[in-house]
Every structure is written in structure tokens, then in C-alpha cells.
Design a protein around this ligand. Structure first.
Ligand code: ADE
Length: 251
């Protein structure tokens, strides 16, 4: 999958892209990330990429001309792929959005700095806007890396384990079950017996129940947007019954 990132700070993305899993993915040709410095497309003496807002007020606004030229020079007048602005105003980036975007062979990501984008960028250049969460960062570079990282690990072959992304928290609509590795006892804390039992059906059932339990306790709203099997419903009911019983005993 090809990613074209348009940014004023390409050097901030390189270290992360050149490490570990993403580096290997690029070396194997599974991802292809092109970083474009928007400033290279600003032709005045100072390579200006921002200007004061019309109507007054604080902060600077990202100028349209360098960004339009950067995109058109790189991708052509009609970009063949989604052009995504990273902005706190975008739709929230979730695992579901990652799964939707990874279907494209190519996406363009536009990382802004300054107070915001000239509105004509939003209206006439972007095809989508993504926010990585309800907080405001100094720029869209970290959000672009987050999008690339989340998409890359969904591409077959990027993770060592071919089922690696399937059990992830959020992939199944549930948080992931607890993991343990050696030693079987550490500072007196033992690995649950079921995981040492070798009984795969039992382990599978325990993991499913743990995932449900965790989701109910930590992110109950995730369960509301997911259909449940009869067994899952029964298990959740038994947890709720137990909680009610515990509360009654406390009172
Ligand atoms: N740029 C600044 N804050 C952002 C956010 N939360 N998501 C995406 N882009 C941003």
C-alpha cells in the first residue's frame, strides 16, 4: 500500500517509519511511504506556507497554494486516491475506519501545522478528514503516523503472525483477553491454571469469557454496538447476576 504524506516536518516521521515492523514492511515492499515537504512548493523568497487569517484573530492559517501544488505535482490534478486531512474536526479514526482504508492501494495524508487549514483546502482538495481523538495536538504528523501504523499492521505479511491482527483489542469488537508468558509463577503470582492445562477448547472458552468480562468492565459501550451469541449473553448475564449479588451483600 502506498502512503503519500504532505507535511512541513517530514523529518519527524522518518525515525518511526525507519524502525522495527514498519521498516521491515517497507523493505519487503508491503508499504511504500513517500514524504513530501509542503515548503518545497512555496515559491516566494521565504517559502511561506502560512498567513494571517482574514477577519483577524489569533493564530496562522495554512495557505492553499503550496499544498494544492504539492498534491497536484505528486499525484496529478485528479488524485487517484483518498486525500485525508488530519484534523481534530475529522471523523474519529477507529479500527473500523482502519479496516475501511486498508482496502485502498494508496492514500494521501495531509498533516497541518498552525491554527488550521484555509477552508478551500478542506472543500476542494480533501476527500476525507480524520481525527485521532478528542484532543488537540501541535500538528498532524503524529496522527499521520498513527494512521499508517494501524493500516500497515492489517496488511497481510506485515505482522510475523498471520493471525496477529485478528485477536486485537477492537478488531472483534471486544477488548483482548489477558496474556501470560513464562515463568508460570512470578513473585507468587501464578499464571491461571487453565492456560497451563493444554486443553485448547477450555483455553479458547476462557479467553472468550475474559475478553467479554474486560469489555464489560472497561468499555461497556462497545458491547452495545456488537451482536452477541447466546453463550456470550448467558455469560454476561451471569457476571451481572454475580455483581448484583455482591452489591446486595455489601448493603
Ligand atoms: N491535528 C491536531 N490535533 C489532531 C487530532 N486530534 N487528530 C488529527 N489531527 C490533529
Amino acid at each position: 500500500m502506498r502512503f503519500d504524506v504532505f507535511t512541513l516536518l517530514p523529518e519527524t516521521l522518518s525515525p518511526y517509519l525507519n524502525a522495527s515492523i514498519l521498516q521491515k514492511a517497507a523493505a519487503r515492499g508491503l508499504i511504500d511511504v513517500h514524504l513530501h515537504n509542503i515548503r518545497d512548493y512555496a515559491h516566494d523568497r521565504h517559502h511561506t506556507t502560512d498567513d494571517a487569517p482574514y477577519g483577524g484573530g489569533g493564530g496562522m492559517v495554512m495557505k492553499p497554494e503550496p499544498l494544492f501544488e504539492a498534491l497536484e505535482t505528486t499525484l496529478g490534478a485528479l488524485p487517484p486516491c483518498p486525500v485525508i486531512l488530519l484534523t481534530p474536526q475529522g471523523r474519529v479514526f477507529t479500527q473500523k475506519v482502519a479496516a475501511e482504508l486498508v482496502a485502498y492501494e494508496q492514500i494521501a495524508l495531509v498533516s497541518g501545522r498552525y491554527e488550521g487549514f484555509d477552508e478551500r483546502i478542506r472543500q476542494h482538495l480533501a476527500t476525507d478528514e480524520l481525527s485521532i481523538g478528542d484532543y488537540v495536538l501541535t500538528g498532524g504528523e503524529l496522527p499521520a503516523l498513527i494512521v499508517i501504523d494501524a493500516l500497515a499492521r492489517l496488511i497481510p505479511g506485515v505482522l510475523g503472525d498471520p493471525t496477529g491482527a485478528e485477536d486485537d483489542s477492537h478488531a472483534s469488537g471486544l477488548l483482548e483477553y489477558p496474556h501470560y508468558t513464562r515463568p508460570p509463577e512470578f513473585r507468587g503470582w501464578r499464571v491461571p491454571d487453565v492456560l497451563l492445562s493444554g486443553d485448547h477448547a477450555k483455553i479458547e472458552r476462557w479467553r472468550r469469557e475474559q475478553a467479554l468480562w474486560r469489555t464489560l468492565k472497561k468499555r461497556p459501550e462497545m458491547l452495545a454496538s456488537r451482536s452477541l451469541t447466546a453463550h456470550e449473553r448467558e455469560f454476561l448475564q451471569s457476571i451481572q447476576d454475580q455483581d448484583n449479588q455482591d452489591n446486595d451483600e455489601e448493603e
